[in-house]
Design a protein around this ligand. Structure first.
Ligand code: CA
Length: 225
């Protein structure tokens, strides 16, 4: 999944980036509202972390723009302590959650996990799929008691396909959300095919993985029924 971090405090944005990368997210940073407003109309994100106190932009105005630009992203607003009004306004406008500074990174992580579960209608963090158990919080896959040895990106692919099960995801969508938003020229669709092939091969060592379908001319789908 990819995250846009809109935050003007350099130390904090760096800290968020390092932490989220370790958690398997692909991160982009925007230090100003202007930079952010350019990105949101061009790229697509799974999460947007939005600091309401930006130097050049009214945070709530930017939030409005975020919702105009994307319906897909989950938004967590970051506020300075004591700005209750903005927090409430932000939630009323449709933000998924908020964190008051200073917050712990583990709290951010658990809020993000909760949003993912809510968004995809999951009750637990372990998804049983076709004999496999996908643990979305701990980023592991098991077949019965045995851990399936996937690379980070293979896990991300599986996770993304399964969360959006029964929907066709294009190669470009998968690339953007798992490797990050690239320039058009850098996009090579074969790249995804190779990773899918490896993923299928690893899963097939335990159980059929033909439910990861290739949809000709379009992309891939986790056909779970
Ligand atoms: Ca700020």
């Amino acid at each position: 999944m990819n995250v846009l971090i809109i935050e003007d405090e350099i130390a904090l944005s760096k800290e968020l980036e390092v932490f989220l990368k370790k958690e398997g997210y692909v991160c982009e940073l925007a230090r100003t509202g202007k930079e952010a407003s350019e990105k949101i109309y061009v790229n697509s994100y799974d999460f947007i972390l939005l600091d309401l106190g930006l130097p050049d932009y009214d945070g709530l105005e930017l939030l409005k723009e975020v919702f105009k630009a994307t319906k897909e992203a989950s938004v967590i607003i970051l506020t300075a302590r004591g700005t209750v009004d903005d927090k409430v306004k932000g939630l009323n406008m449709g933000a998924d959650d908020y964190l008051a500074k200073p917050f712990s990174l583990l709290e951010l992580q658990s809020r993000m996990h909760a949003i993912i579960r809510r968004k995809h209608g999951l009750k637990k963090s372990i998804l049983p799929i076709k004999g496999f158990n996908i643990d979305i919080d701990n980023r592991t896959v098991a077949w019965k008691e045995e851990q399936v040895n996937l690379t980070k990106k293979e896990f991300d692919l599986l996770h993304y396909l399964v969360l959006h099960k029964n929907r066709v995801l294009t190669r470009l969508q998968l690339t953007e959300h798992i490797w990050g938003n690239l320039m058009d020229d850098d996009f090579d669709s074969n790249y995804i095919d190779v990773h899918i092939k490896n993923l299928r091969k690893k899963l097939s060592a335990y159980e059929e993985s033909d439910w990861i379908e290739t949809v000709r001319g379009l992309g891939y789908r986790a056909n779970i029924g």
